[in-house]
Write a protein that binds this ligand. Structure first.
Ligand SMILES: Cc1cc2nc3c(=O)[nH]c(=O)nc-3n(C[C@H](O)[C@H](O)[C@H](O)COP(=O)(O)O)c2cc1C
Length: 187
């Protein structure tokens, strides 16, 4: 039996990402963003509170990087979500290089995307950035034979807000479409 626990936003877990920005004088800043989404086959969404230090750089440059987190740098990634760049210099937390679009790519991240803001939707104090992908950088050993990201190897860390925990991924539990097709044939 299910309990109705009220008007809770319970669409978790979501991918945890470290977002990299470039501010005045080329200063890099990092923040943790887990409220991310897909809005079309080529655009993603990032929800950032207007009060965050990073917002100024995102609004000025209209670009940022989205770095998938794995367990190897989870603690440092978590730290980026606990302190503000307004008070603490977070620029030296990760080894990084600038991608072709000038955004900082974390060396330790298995997959990172450079994004360009094409639209912003403000609601409840959050800026929701709709973005195009300018480039996607993947560690060679995390690609399959056909050059596609292999998420079973990548093992992105997920986040859930109700208890503030990070969750592990990596196990394949089924072949998409094949499972449904077989189910349809045998029902
Ligand atoms: C697990 C986790 C997830 C977070 N997700 C978001 C998010 O989706 N959107 C957001 O605006 N802030 C999110 N935050 C909070 C920011 O990362 C945090 O306030 C950060 O210090 C802001 O950095 P800045 O002031 O340097 O921009 C999250 C923090 C944690 C720890």
């Amino acid at each position: 039996m299910k309990h109705n626990i009220g008007q809770k936003l319970a669409l978790y877990p979501t991918p945890a990402t470290v977002v990299g920005t470039v501010g005045e004088g080329g200063k890099v800043n990092w923040l943790l963003v887990a409220h991310v989404g897909i809005v079309s086959h080529s655009k993603l969404l990032l929800s950032v509170h207007s009060a965050h230090y990073s917002v100024k750089a995102i609004d000025a440059v209209k670009r940022f990087s989205v770095n998938i987190i794995d367990e190897s740098f989870l603690a440092a990634a978590d730290y980026t979500g606990t302190v503000s760049g307004a008070k603490v210099d977070k620029s030296g937390l990760f080894d990084y290089h600038l991608g072709e679009a000038g955004m900082p790519i974390i060396e330790q991240s298995p997959l990172a995307m450079e994004c360009e803001v094409i639209d912003t939707y403000e609601i409840d104090g959050f800026k929701n950035y709709i973005c195009a992908i300018l480039g996607t950088y993947v560690e060679e050993d995390k690609l399959d034979e056909q050059g596609r990201p292999d998420y079973a190897k990548l093992k992105p860390v997920l986040f859930e807000m109700p208890t503030y925990k990070y969750l592990r991924t990596g196990d394949v539990v089924g072949d998409c479409m094949k499972l449904g097709k077989a189910f349809g044939e045998n029902k």
